[in-house]
Write a protein that binds this ligand. Structure first.
Ligand code: GUN
Length: 286
């Protein structure tokens, strides 16, 4: 039976570390504000934003909360980002995605000052990751690396398989595991479905980030593997579940993350950590 990776408990530790860093920076007169921008009325996004604002409170990070109407224009949003880029009290800027369909997300990501890019979505941040330079990393893969380290799972020399190739999880995850000397394979929607089980079975570290409920089954898991589930899905009964069929996978895996209580809390905690890091970078301290 697998060891459960307790993301909730680890997230508390990451938040405590971020809170200590923020307090230290504040004592030197360095502000660590986080601007959180939500456009429109998507209930899911509103819930995520509430959770992020609560985390800010827990960490002593002053939050700057912007709730914009669904008919906000691209120009209005760009003007707000320009103001936040110039605001010395704002160390980090987060624009909650997805944006309403009439808004250009790519243009928004590009407009955020890379030094304040606490999501790690800007091409400068991703380019730094590709080149192996220090910088702000996307929160979900950064949180997964923290989890692997906390449980003594060293990627060096291991086979890592990532199912999913999004710009915010799959691609940066593969690069971060590569940087730690794993041999990486990335499976995606065009991977031959008959090959998928065999590819997953080669994984010492298996990261499921495809957004398909319970797609990764127990028999796809190599005995003793670390199984990391990024999914936030609903099963046939409407119950929250991940991209991994937990019940069958936990019988085979060495380590496994639960949903909820695994990757999700760590993603949020890494955002707090990124705010402190962004403030340090802006003041030449990192
Ligand atoms: N929407 C879903 N996840 C995220 C995230 O990590 N950052 C932002 N900005 N939007 C999201």
């Amino acid at each position: 039976m697998a060891t459960i990776i307790d993301g909730k408990k680890l997230a508390v530790e990451v938040r405590e570390r971020a809170a200590a860093e923020v307090a230290e920076l504040a004592s030197r007169g360095i502000p660590c504000g986080l601007a959180v921008v939500l456009v429109g009325n998507d209930q899911g996004s509103a819930t995520y934003v509430r959770a992020k604002l609560r985390d800010c409170e827990l960490c002593g990070i002053p939050s700057h909360d912007y709730k914009l109407p669904a008919d906000t224009t691209q120009e209005e949003l760009m003007a707000l980002i320009a103001r936040l880029n110039a605001d010395a009290d704002v160390a980090g800027i987060l624009v909650q995605m997805p944006l309403p369909a009439h808004l250009d997300e790519e243009q928004v990501v590009l407009a955020i000052d890379p030094l304040k890019d606490v999501d790690g979505f800007h091409p400068e941040s991703l380019g730094r990751l590709v080149r192996g330079l220090p910088g702000l990393r996307p929160c979900t893969p950064a949180g997964i690396m923290e989890m692997l380290d906390a449980y003594g799972i060293d990627p060096a020399g291991k086979n890592a398989v990532i199912v999913g190739r999004s710009s915010i999880v799959g691609k940066p995850m593969s690069l971060m595991l590569l940087a730690r000397n794993a041999t990486i394979s990335v499976a995606h929607s065009h991977t031959d479905p008959r090959e998928l089980a065999r590819i997953c079975q080669s994984a010492d570290i298996l990261v499921a980030a495809c957004g398909i409920p319970k797609m990764v089954k127990g028999p796809w898991v190599k005995p003793g593997a670390a199984v990391i589930d990024v999914g936030m899905d609903r099963d046939e009964d409407g119950k929250l579940c991940g991209d991994v069929d937990f019940a069958s996978a936990e019988l085979v895996a060495g380590h496994i993350t639960p949903v909820p209580g695994g990757v999700g809390p760590m993603t949020r905690a890494m955002l707090m950590s990124n705010v402190a890091l962004a403030a340090k970078i802006q003041h030449g301290l990192a």
